[in-house]
Ligand binder design. Sequence first.
Ligand SMILES: *Cc1c(COP(=O)(O)O)cnc(C)c1O
Length: 373
Amino acid sequence: MNSLKQANPVYVTQPDLPPLQDFLPYLEDIWSSKILTNAGPYHQRLELALGEYLGVKHLSLFANGTMALITALQSMRIHGEVITTPYSFVATAHSLLWNNIKPVFVDIDPLTLNLDPARIEAAITPQTTAIMPVHCYGVPCNVEEIDRIATNYGLKVIYDAAHAFGVQHKGRSVLEHGDLSVLSFHATKAFNTFEGGAIICQDAKMKRHIDHLKNFGFVDEVTVVAAGINGKMSEINAAFGLLQLQNVDAALAKRRTIFERYCAKLAGIPGIVSRPQGPAESNHSYFPILVQASFPLSRDGLYHHLREFNFYPRRYFYPLISDFPMYRHMPSATQANLPVAREISTQVLCLPIFPALTMEQVDAICHIIATAA
Ligand SMILES: *Cc1c(COP(=O)(O)O)cnc(C)c1O
């Protein structure tokens, strides 16, 4: 037990940071140019570099993912009802409320943990204008089926792709699906700029519109075309993103190695199940397991047990978004409407995964789980 107990807390994630001295030249440059924000040179360079890295043509940087989600909905004038998942971070649905849109929760698929396309059509009403799915844990949604439904019913699709940095689907970026995709570069995500985010769109005209919206609606010094917001990414964050981009392949490779080690070591432990299925297409941002009834401890029991060893897993996503007070009165938030999401949220535990996690630590976590009883 003592050899397994960590000297310092090991959290579910730890931001990947370059050596501090590597960032100093960028700061010196910003200090001498005195350009701090408003689509400055680092902002422009990061938009181009990220577009190239991700394999997308039109990308607009934001101060954070939530501001990008709110602006994405505004840019397409989404209103009325939007179909979304209860199994996500709360910002997904909050972005709808900030636009006076009614979220309509639809259950998830038990294997992918993403919005179940088979249940979407039954939730469509005359008020429905869009679908907002989430590529949960970086595993692509059933994008073909969602595209088909959206086309049939004339709906827009805005993906919350906060987990899906660098994720490919059938040989191209998953971010090219739907009308818009939204990334987050928050400190806890696979690629971080401290805080940050982006909208990926399909054409230059839409990018211009989004760029106006994130800058108060300004088109030029004296022309304001919309009631825009301040959603701009600063030069410090953009410069940091350029530096991070140099290291992101190595960071993603380390995540993959850790992910595979977990899979190998946890395979065959009764009551521990690996979800979502289809991790080959994920970016290994998260390592969720399901703690099922045949395991000797409950999910919360295992959560507390690991904490005794100074390992801090997280119950993402528990509670469901639909259980928070501003959502739980909604007709689609009922127990009967969301049985799969409800069951998964009581079983899920996200184990630590980040580039600096050592193999010894992974092995210790797996040993604690294998011998928990
Ligand atoms: C992190 C996250 C967001 C919010 O992004 P921020 O950059 O923190 O504002 C939105 N949706 C999901 C699914 C997320 O995980």
